[in-house]
Design a protein around this ligand. Structure first.
Ligand code: MN
Length: 505
């Protein structure tokens, strides 16, 4: 007992130590209080594996501390299972930790109560996830961490339950994490679930990977040392330099594209260099090219021209030592955090008064849009329909289309100029009469492709959208506006009939 007690306090100390590395002024007492509160509430409870229950919220909080989230999320993560699994209520949490923490914990508790099976369960899960996400993003981040820890301790469950949890993680959690740009969590969710959903494939990929890394490790270490010395010799500070190994599930997907041939995969290991300033990024690129010859067409400046999803970095692939091909990725710390943490990086950079990148701004806009539309989500068939369309927005592959001004609009595959118009502004959608794609006049139901430049022709006198557009639009925004316009026209018409028939009586 004493041993367990001391192990726990070591863990909460570790958690606090971690939080202090990125937030030196963090409210340490509050974290310790939350830990003790949760430990007492879960007193006597054990997990399926036999370990004390408190280890689970503690591990969940630690995963979040790795993502450098604010203290409120750490505190709520420690308390996340208290109202559901113990006699202590959300009210008790409110009294001890205030409204903000209580509302996050209440959000997680609501998400936890899902009793549906099969497709109903899937839909119900999605609905709850979207509602939670729209009302408070912090809830969904804790849910991701909670799920990652549960997946990593899945072996304690019977096989049929394991598979259900793993499938749900792959089909619901990972795509949402992906859409929010929380890549680090997306990759963990996928890799942990992969092992249970496709055990044989997982073992195959793991074997290939371990072998490749064994062969490459010494080589990559050597190259890392060479370039680190060189950069320092040029008086540039290196914040971090590490070999990035591809995640298992993404390697698996890539292998399927290349007839399962590992020889064709060149980016299993890449060297990532993190430096303080943007000017340092370009200086490091120059240093690398002075030393090794770059491959033609493989120098990518995603800093000056970010990827359509907002990703920023410099990439180059060179003929390195002994003629081996090596990829380098060079970026600042903020670019790195935003690439790995996505929307979770938002607090870190906004609270500091720095501005978030276009990437994070875009993700925030999506959640805000989702929150906006939640207000209109009602129960019944109408709800199912709107849910269906939101689901499609998340899970479809995305394409990126440019406005004549060079802005990028992010749309689902097979989207049309009408979707594009509504994505810019509802008024443009409502008054759109034609479109030009890459300077050619096209019909409004033409399918857009990634990289197209699209211009919308509007007629200010147009009274509203054509209900026939519903047969080809792909985004929920377009569907929503077309339907609500049609509906308001219908209500007006019915009201007019009523007025007229009233006159008659
Ligand atoms: Mn939990």
């Amino acid at each position: 007992m004493l041993l367990v007690e001391s192990m726990q306090s070591i863990s909460v100390d570790n958690l606090i130590k971690k939080v202090l590395t990125y937030q030196p002024g963090a409210d340490v007492d509050m974290i310790r209080l939350a830990f003790e509160f949760a430990r007492d509430a879960h007193e006597g409870q054990v997990r399926k594996s036999g370990e004390p229950y408190i280890n689970h919220p503690l591990a969940t909080a630690e995963l979040l501390a790795d993502m450098k989230v604010p203290t409120s999320i750490i505190v709520a993560a420690l308390l996340h299972d208290v109202p559901e699994d113990t006699i202590v209520t959300v009210e008790d949490i409110r009294k001890n930790f205030g409204d903000d923490i209580a509302s996050i914990v209440a959000g997680i508790t609501k998400l936890g109560k899902i009793k549906y099976r099969g497709i109903d369960r899937y839909v119900e899960n999605l609905r709850k996830m979207f509602i939670a996400m729209a009302s408070d993003l912090r809830v969904i981040l804790i849910k991701f961490a909670d799920r990652i820890h549960n997946l990593s301790t899945l072996n304690a469950l019977p096989p049929h339950k394991r598979l259900r949890v793993a499938l749900e993680s792959m089909q619901i959690y990972a795509p949402i994490a992906n859409r929010l740009g929380v890549n680090e969590m997306r990759a963990q969710l996928e890799d942990l679930a992969f092992a249970h959903v496709m055990p044989k494939e997982y073992e195959w990929v793991t074997g290939l990977m371990e072998q490749a890394i064994r062969v490459k490790k010494t080589y990559v270490d050597r190259v890392r040392n060479i370039i680190e010395q060189e950069i320092k010799a040029n008086d540039i500070e290196v914040l971090d330099i590490h070999g990035r190994v591809k995640h298992k599930y993404s390697l698996y997907k890539k292998l399927l594209k290349y007839e399962r041939d590992m020889v064709q995969i060149h980016d299993l290991v890449a060297l990532r260099i993190i430096v303080p300033k943007i000017s340092d990024c370009y200086a490091v690129l120059g240093i690398i090219h002075q030393k090794w010859k770059p491959l033609k067409g493989r120098i990518k400046d995603y800093i000056a021209q970010p990827k359509p999803n907002g990703y920023q970095s410099l990439h180059t692939t060179v003929f390195c030592e002994e003629g081996e091909i090596v990829e380098f990725q060079i970026r600042t710390e903020q670019m790195h955090d935003e690439a790995e943490l996505g929307i979770a990086a938002h607090w870190q950079y906004d609270e500091d008064g720095k501005t978030a990148s276009p990437k994070v701004r875009k993700q925030m806009a999506w959640v805000k849009d989702l929150a906006e539309r939640q207000k209109f989500l009602k129960s019944g068939p109408e709800f199912m329909e709107s849910l269906e369309s939101i689901k499609i927005d998340v899970f479809q592959n995305r394409i990126f289309v440019f406005t004549p001004e060079g802005d990028v609009i992010d749309l689902p595959e097979d989207a049309t100029p009408v979707d594009f118009a509504y994505a810019i502004h509802s008024q443009i959608g409502n008054t759109c009469v034609g479109a030009r794609i890459n300077d050619h006049i096209v019909s409004l139901d033409t399918k857009l492709c990634s990289g197209d430049c699209c211009e919308i022709i509007v007629d200010k006198n147009r009274t509203g959208p054509n209900p026939d557009w519903l047969s080809f639009v792909k985004t929920s925004t377009a569907k929503y506006h077309i339907k609500s316009r049609a509906k308001s026209r219908l209500t007006r018409w019915i009201r007019n009939i009523n007025l007229e028939s009233g006159k008659d009586n």
